[in-house]
Design a protein around this ligand. Structure first.
Ligand SMILES: O=P(O)(O)OC[C@H]1O[C@H](O)[C@H](O)[C@@H](O)[C@@H]1O
Length: 272
């Protein structure tokens, strides 16, 4: 890949390019995945009013929520990870199988310690495959004597057409935390009427959110008319915090996969 760490230092955006117009773009502000295009088709929603000034969280894509989910008496809602500049540890690199990988990290610094006085190190590894995006997260507690607790969540904004949905129906303001959910969710009617599979490991909860009409109006960085075109399906640890003992590491991962209905289902249709 052409991107070098030095080139990235000058910018705030990192692009994983797998060829065939399949790319993933990460803004170092929050290590927010701001675009995932598969065959030139965008899969993620980013508001037309999203702010990229490096001050607030980016309204859309996949903000990284840590170490708090929701309002926080010590600091900003959903923690500081989504509003802190991350470090690029490994610039995008093509693997032998054609996939492209990049690694980001966030460590405690003066700003994070002023809010939350713990040492930590998060490693965030992203792998772009042909029809999949993999997220591998490690949180390390380097302290010799202090444990800490945290929430973590990948706040995925999926781009969806304004249509009905099976099983979980969203037709009003929705903000639900589902606890102990299965490892796999299938979201119907995403871009081009396709299905998206969300597979998660060590993320026991799932939050479903859509601001709907009134709350959209209350958000300065979200268009009043945008709510029918997005759905947040957020995998995380939110109902019970994770306790991380000194010298130990926590790992979690997520895979987003576009489901392509194969020949079998086409054949079945023809035979009907
Ligand atoms: O506006 P934000 O701080 O980005 O939060 C956006 C939303 O995130 C999650 O989905 C929460 O469950 C919601 O309660 C919250 O409104």
């Amino acid at each position: 890949m052409a991107t070098t760490a030095a080139a990235v230092a000058a910018t705030s955006v990192v692009v994983l390019d797998r060829g065939n117009n399949t790319t993933c773009t990460i803004n170092l502000h929050g290590a927010t995945v701001v675009s995932w295009r598969v065959n030139n088709q965008e899969q993620l929603f980013v508001s037309k009013l999203a702010s990229f000034d490096g001050k607030k969280a980016i309204r859309g894509g996949i903000p990284f929520v840590f170490p708090q989910f929701g309002p926080w008496s010590f600091g900003p809602q959903h923690g500081f990870a989504r509003i802190t500049r991350w470090h690029l540890d490994r610039a995008p690199e093509r693997l032998h199988n054609g996939d492209v990988e990049a690694i980001f990290s966030l460590m405690d610094n003066e700003f994070t310690r002023s809010i939350w006085n713990y040492q930590f190190r998060i490693t965030y590894r992203l792998i772009l495959r042909e029809k999949e995006l993999h997220f591998h997260i490690g949180v390390y507690n380097p302290s010799k004597d202090l444990s800490f607790t945290f929430n973590m969540l990948l706040h995925t904004y999926l781009k969806v057409p304004d249509e009905g949905r099976e099983v979980v129906t969203v037709n009003e303001w929705t903000d639900r935390i589902y606890q102990h959910t299965p490892q796999e969710h299938v979201i119907t009617n995403v871009v081009s009427g396709r299905k998206m599979r969300l597979h998660k490991y060590n993320f026991p909860d799932t939050v479903i959110w859509n601001p709907w009409i009134d709350r959209s109006r209350e958000m300065s960085d979200f268009g009043d008319d945008e709510f029918p075109n997005m759905l947040c399906v957020e995998a995380g640890n939110v109902s019970a915090p994770v306790i991380l003992l000194p010298g130990t590491c926590f790992e979690a991962s997520q895979i987003l996969q576009i489901i392509i209905e194969g020949n079998v289902s086409r054949k079945t249709k023809r035979n009907r």
